[in-house]
Every structure is written in structure tokens, then in C-alpha cells.
Design a protein around this ligand. Sequence first.
Ligand SMILES: Cc1cc2nc3c(=O)[nH]c(=O)nc-3n(C[C@H](O)[C@H](O)[C@H](O)COP(=O)(O)OP(=O)(O)OC[C@H]3O[C@@H](n4cnc5c(N)ncnc54)[C@H](O)[C@@H]3O)c2cc1C
Length: 386
Amino acid sequence: MDFGFTKEEESFRQEIRDYLSNELGPEPIGRTPEELFSREFSKKLAAKGWLGIGWPKEYGGLGRSFTEQLICSEEMMRARAPGGAHVLAQNMVGPALIRVGTDEQKREFLPKILSGDLVFCLGYTEPNAGTDLANCQTTALLDGDEYVINGQKMFTSFAEVADYAWMTVRTDPDAPKKHHGISMFIVNMKTPGIRVGSFDTMWGFPVYEVFFDNVRVPKTAVVGELNKGWSYLTVALDHERVFMGGTVAAHSRLYDDIVEYAKKTYRNGKLLSDDPIIRQRLAQLAVDLQIARLFAHRVAWILGQGVVPFAEASMTKIFTSELEQRVANTAMLILGLYGPLDEPQFPFKGYVGWEYKFSLMQAVGGGSNEIERILIAIAGLGLPRP
Ligand SMILES: Cc1cc2nc3c(=O)[nH]c(=O)nc-3n(C[C@H](O)[C@H](O)[C@H](O)COP(=O)(O)OP(=O)(O)OC[C@H]3O[C@@H](n4cnc5c(N)ncnc54)[C@H](O)[C@@H]3O)c2cc1C
């Protein structure tokens, strides 16, 4: 069995790698909001058609395979390219809209996502609805021809710069089961009554809270059918977890860089790569990275079959996020006290220290890994719900 890429896929990878190296220069750092978010860069990718590589041609995509889309994501990650402006729209909102959006929504939003003109944020988590998303308390109640939204979202990445929120709201407070009364809405973030607050984090990007105070939106804000939001949320979350699994390419890049560093750096007169503990750690990471890559390629293949992977999406998300922590941990071990130094004259220029902190949140964002394990037990193993 050959798990390799075809010649065409390899040449597509090279085309993207060359392009990114030209655009970004040899050594992007990729750890501040400015280095990871650029509408201008997203538009450049859009002009090449690279925001819709795996999207069907009828929706303006290139109609290529999900594997090719994954290749593009891998190269973007590897280059630490500033993909923040399009990442949620391209990988979660767009694919979910293609599956469940109304014709009007597809006409309105898909072309603007493909052209890099729209930044989306995802409004699921609330102060009392994180893991238990079905506990959504933000309401959207019909008043005449409009819905009126009241409530609060929490940890809404990109809320301050987003044009639209793709968000869950409770539209039927009397539904017998709480997940039956939820709808998915698309809300313009400029609508009067929306207020965004921000918090600093230890990895340097702010996270946001969003308040909705009598926010009036048209009926066309309802995605697909009313009160079907729970199933749409599941589709969007699975796409998000598939995407998070694809981040393995970024970890491979850091891994390659620390291997090179260990090969040529002496400490106490000895090469770091001669240290048996370091050799063991690096060898184990090589095994884990290979597994993570195979996971990522498998879920891309499943998507290519027209199926949304469920247990597999959780598996790839768990494995990759925990691997990210192990890579960061080993990088810190190898760099020693140089790791946390955030100064340009030292190796990795503070990137390793940043990644060490950033990797902690990956096990929580997109659904915590404890919950992902519960989902695998139910959907993958068929165990009864607790
Ligand atoms: C950097 C970052 C960005 C984020 N971006 C977004 C975003 O853009 N949009 C958005 O909507 N959300 C976002 N989130 C929120 C994220 O999805 C939630 O933090 C996550 O789903 C967990 O919810 P919570 O924080 O409310 O934790 P809680 O639900 O309060 O859980 C706290 C802890 O208890 C554990 N736990 C809870 N229930 C169980 C159980 N039954 N069994 C075992 N363990 C359990 C959890 O695993 C977790 O470790 C982001 C989070 C982070 C850290």
C-alpha cells in the first residue's frame, strides 16, 4: 500500500511552498496577532483561488481534492503564514454553509469568503455553555419581521476584527430537549447592540467576550432551518477538528528546526544531539509526527468521500494537540534557558517559549480533549452515553 502523494500533488505542494517563500521571506516568526492575521495576504491567496481548493466548482471553488486542500494548509502552517483572516470562514463556515445553508446564504456569503473579503468569528461558547454547548442561553426571539438577540458569548476568537459571527442562539426556549431549541445564525458584527470586550492571554493574543443587547436581525440570519442549529453545529465543529489535526505541519517545522539545532549546538563541550535523552525524545517525536500526518491525511480522504468524519475528527484533534505540547516541551528541553528568552539575538527569537505557552490552549480550544475522548467512546466505540 502506498500512502505517498501523486506527482501532481507533490508539484502543487512545491508551487505553494515557492509562492509562500517569495511572499513571506525565509524566516517568518508567526506568533503575534499582526504576524498571523492579514486581510491583504488572504486576498492574495484568494486571487490564486487557494481559499477554495477543495470547494466544489459550482460554488466557485477549484473543485480539487481535499488532499490538495490539506497540502495547501500544511504549507501555510509550515511557513507560519498569516492565515487568521480567512481560516474560520474557509475551513468551518464555508464548508458548513455548502452543506446546510439556504440558497440565498450560499449566494451571499460563499463568493465573499472565496475572495477573502469576509472575516468570521464563531460564537458558541458562553459563560455557562462551553463543554455543554446545548446549554446555550443567548436567545433570539421573533418580534415582527425580525429576531431580537440577547445574551453573551465567551472566548470568541477574532470577535474584534470579524465582519460576521456564525453563532448559536436559543430560538425555542420551550423545546423539550435543550439541543432541539437551538438555531445557527449569521450576524453582522456591526449591528447596533453588539459590544466586544477583550482579555489578554499568556500567549499574547487577546480572547474576546461579546454582548448582545436587543440586537435586531432579519429572518435571513437563520442558517438553513430554524431549530436545526445543533446538527449544523456538529458539522461545523467536526470541520474545525479536522482543521486542527492539519496543524501537524507547523509542529513538523519546529521539530525539523530543533533537530538541526541539536545537530550543530554544543553544550558543555558536547553536541546536544549526542545526549541520549535528547536522542530518545527526538526519535519518539519522529514516530508521533508520522502518526499525526497519517491521521490528518486520513480525515482529508474521508472528507473527500463526501462524509464528515466524527470520531476520526476527535482522534486527530486529540493526538495533534497533545503532540504539539510534546514538541514544544522537547524544544524547551533542548534550548534550556535560551527557550524562554524573547529577544531577537537568541535562537528561535522567542518562538519556542511562545509555542510552549500557546500549545497549552490547543487541548481546550475546539472542544477539550476530555470531551473529545467521550465522543470517541460514544461515536467510535459505540459505548452507551453516560
Ligand atoms: C484560545 C481559545 C480560543 C477559543 N476560541 C473560541 C471561539 O472562537 N469560539 C467559541 O465559541 N469558543 C472558543 N473557545 C472556547 C472553547 O471552545 C471552550 O473553552 C471549550 O469548549 C471548553 O469550554 P469551557 O471553557 O466553558 O470549559 P468547561 O466546559 O467549563 O470545562 C472545564 C473543564 O472541565 C472539563 N469537563 C467538563 N465537562 C466534563 C465531563 N463531562 N467529563 C470530563 N471533563 C469535563 C473540560 O474538559 C475542561 O477541562 C476558545 C477557547 C480558547 C482557549
